[in-house]
Design a protein around this ligand. Structure first.
Ligand SMILES: *Cc1c(COP(=O)(O)O)cnc(C)c1O
Length: 398
């Protein structure tokens, strides 16, 4: 018998890594630009200049937050586009790229498409916590390597990668390569899961390219930017009117850009306090899960993980079935990554950290956010053990 607990009236949303609701302040900041100040930023009359000013103000705000110059910010339509622009923008035929085995599909599929065109790609392995290692990356470097792309934090298991260390090592390597007349290796990071909670200073991180999106930081969907260090040359994906310094043509998404800057600003000024409270909720939840459900496995690093991420494997339970049962209690969670829910293949991230196919298919991810309360989590902790117990008895194992 499934637990006779009433379905929660309130939706308990625990999938903030998939996307976040729009912050009210962001919505307010965007409001004037839908139909009032609707001008095209390229127009030279007042309406256009107003829109242009809003875009340049947003660019300046974002540049300040990440320690960059405004000219180094390219607005795009989201994380996937930023990643594509970074990787395909740098790629040249007959060159070599290094990335990791646990990247988001926007990186992996882009690399696979480039491989079809003859580019060489190395997918560096990660350890059992999901950490990329400088050693593995070092081993993969070739004379013709032009790009290293590593995610800042993993969207499935929350592990935070040692970006600053890689950046520092690469700086030295590039100095050595310059002496040997070899091409400089450009460093791109996918910071889409990190922007809400981690330091984004591009100099401290030592990065040349950085992808960020709005939809994971309580900003509008289909908004984002690519940071591109001055002097780094990339080609555009989209040609046209020459907006964004010729790197992203098309009439700008003015409300979106304004919303993105507001969202990043809020994230930046609240992230330290926010992280402290999320870590407390996260660790309480993990501790209780381990107390209440036997034989579960935590996926990802215990220490160096995103403040809001809990990913566990529950052997003997199909993650997808569990997700659907939780949905019937009005609890929204995810199995693996949202982008992969249409396929039943076990997560490439969990396989890469050494989980068996079974354990990978029995994984479930809870990601907490601004509205998550301890009460929400105690409700989940009331429902979950019973559902797991039933599913384990039914033996609809992966
Ligand atoms: C969500 C996400 C993306 C893609 O961003 P979109 O804005 O959905 O295109 C890329 N990388 C990571 C790590 C993500 O979490």
């Amino acid at each position: 018998m499934f637990p006779k607990i009433k379905s929660s009236k309130k939706n308990i949303y625990l999938d903030y890594a998939a996307t976040t609701p729009l912050d009210g302040r962001v919505k307010k900041a965007m409001a004037p630009f839908w139909s009032g100040k609707f001008g095209n930023p390229s127009s030279l009359y007042k309406q256009g200049r107003e829109a242009k000013e809003a875009i340049e103000d947003a660019r300046l705000r974002i540049a300040e937050i990440i320690g960059a110059r405004p000219s180094e910010i390219i607005f795009t339509a989201g994380g996937t586009e930023s990643v594509n622009l970074a990787i395909r923008g740098v790629a040249k035929s007959s060159s070599h790229i290094i990335t990791t085995a646990i990247e988001h599909h926007s990186v992996l599929r882009t690399c696979e498409a480039l491989q079809q065109q003859g580019l060489k790609v190395t997918y560096a392995p990660v350890d059992s916590d999901g950490f990329a290692s400088i050693n593995e990356i070092k081993k993969a470097v070739r004379p013709e390597t032009i790009l290293i792309s590593v995610m800042y934090a993993n969207n499935e298991i929350g592990t935070i990668e040692p970006i600053a260390q890689i950046g520092k090592w690469l700086k030295n390597l590039n100095a050595e390569r310059a002496r040997q007349n070899l091409p400089r290796i450009i460093f791109h990071i996918d910071a889409c899961q990190a922007a809400g909670s981690l330091d984004l200073n591009v100099d401290r991180l030592g990065v040349d390219l950085m992808s960020v999106n709005g939809s994971k930081i309580y900003g509008p969907k289909q908004t984002g930017f690519l940071y591109k260090r001055g002097g780094v040359k990339i080609n555009p994906l989209i040609y046209g009117g020459g907006q964004e310094r010729d790197l992203r043509s098309g009439t700008e998404n003015v409300p979106g850009v304004v919303g993105l800057a507001e969202a990043l600003d809020i994230a930046n000024s609240t992230r330290v306090k926010q992280s402290v409270s999320l870590v407390m909720l996260r660790d309480y939840f993990i501790k209780e899960l381990f107390k209440k459900i036997p034989k579960i496995i935590l996926n990802g690093s215990q220490q160096v993980r995103l403040a809001n991420n809990i990913n566990i494997s529950i052997p003997g339970v199909e993650g997808e079935a569990l997700m659907l049962y939780l949905d019937s209690y009005n609890i929204s969670v995810s199995t693996g990554s949202a982008c992969a829910t249409s396929s039943t293949d076990p997560s490439h991230v969990l396989l890469a950290i050494g989980r068996s196919k079974q354990d990978a298919s029995s994984s479930i991810r809870f990601t907490l956010g601004k509205a998550t309360t301890k009460k929400d989590l105690s409700y989940v902790l009331k429902v979950l053990p019973g559902v797991v117990g039933e599913l384990r008895q039914l033996k609809i194992t992966p």
